[in-house]
Ligand binder design. Structure first.
Ligand code: SF4
Length: 308
């Protein structure tokens, strides 16, 4: 099924509007500045997955101050890596980033490789991160698709309120078709389109309250032309619950371990500030952290990896 609405504009009309808006309105983020290294871009892309910019900024700055290169990151103790990661969530990302840095040291002379294929071959680097780093750090015209870009595509070209949970084959095809031609400018416009569509989704075309009144493509947007219909049931995604989840309990355990000192298993589990979490849930979460190599246990004491 085509992802194009009959009301969809021609992509060539949309590109210059969104790119022009980005040039004037984009946030000044350190990983977008010309002096930022490819490693800085990669760290930002991993941190920004499922985590808002405001929480990432101080962690990114601290990370880059301590470990400005893949080589420095590869040599860092895992306990420090997890401490600097702090409360960004999904801390396995931090260990995967370090594993990727180690592979760069082993296979790429400590440099971030410059193509999406090489990036994807690194441990823990998926399709999105590889494409984003190749595009934003190396100017490669890869097709970058995150949730913000998917939403912009869905509204402007498919006339849908939301793109739905799954990245479908039709959406993938649409994303490829929407990329600007690359022959005339070595992909500069294509890379700018990636960054601009992402920023438009983050700032203007947000999931809950799109600001169509100040949007640079309001008069072209298929969703607006269709009368801004509400999302269908299939397009809606449930917000992720936090309170009471294993993620919350794992986060509380990690917060205790980041204090640095080894702690007795019983003291750790009983001392969590989560009265509603059952003993069984606490044990399950600690055991899962041990399995994920985010913590280690010896003689009944638990700590971040490498501390005991
Ligand atoms: S007009 Fe509204 S829905 Fe369309 S792209 Fe802009 S903000 Fe999004």
């Amino acid at each position: 099924m085509s992802a194009y609405s009959s009301l969809a504009p021609h992509p060539a009309e949309v590109h210059p509007r969104v790119i022009g808006w980005f040039e004037e309105q984009a946030r000044d983020l350190p990983w977008r500045r010309p002096e930022c290294t490819s490693w800085g871009v990669m760290v930002s892309e991993v941190m920004l997955q499922q985590t808002p910019v405001g929480r990432v900024l101080p962690r990114w700055e601290e990370w880059m101050r301590r470990w400005p290169t893949p080589t420095a990151t590869a040599a860092a103790p895992a306990s420090e890596i997890l401490t600097v990661w702090d409360r960004l969530g999904y801390p396995r990302r931090a260990l995967r980033l370090q594993a990727a840095a180690q592979a760069m040291v082993d296979q790429h002379d400590g440099e971030v490789p410059g193509t999406a294929d090489e990036l994807r071959a690194l441990p823990g680097v998926g399709e999105y991160t590889a494409a984003a780093v190749a595009s934003f750090a190396f100017g490669q015209p890869e097709v970058v698709v995150d949730t913000n870009i998917r939403r912009v595509h869905a509204r402007v070209f498919s006339g849908a309120a939301l793109p739905g949970k799954t990245y479908t084959a039709a959406q993938r095809k649409l994303a490829h078709e929407l990329m600007p031609e690359t022959a005339h400018d070595q992909g500069r416009e294509a890379c700018a389109w990636n960054a601009s569509a992402m920023e438009l989704g983050a700032l203007i075309c947000t999931a809950k309250s799109p600001q169509c009144a100040i949007c640079p493509v309001a008069d072209l947007c298929a969703w607006v032309a269709a009368g801004s219909p509400p999302p269908t049931e299939a397009q809606q995604t449930k917000g992720q619950a936090w309170a009471g989840t294993d993620r919350q309990v794992r986060g509380a355990i990690m917060a205790e371990l980041r204090k640095g000192e080894p702690v007795q298993r019983g003291t750790l589990l009983e001392g969590l500030p989560l009265p509603e979490a059952s003993e069984e849930q606490r044990i399950r979460c600690l055991d899962s952290l041990l399995r994920d190599d985010l913590a280690e246990e010896h003689d009944g004491r638990v700590a971040l990896p490498g501390v005991l």
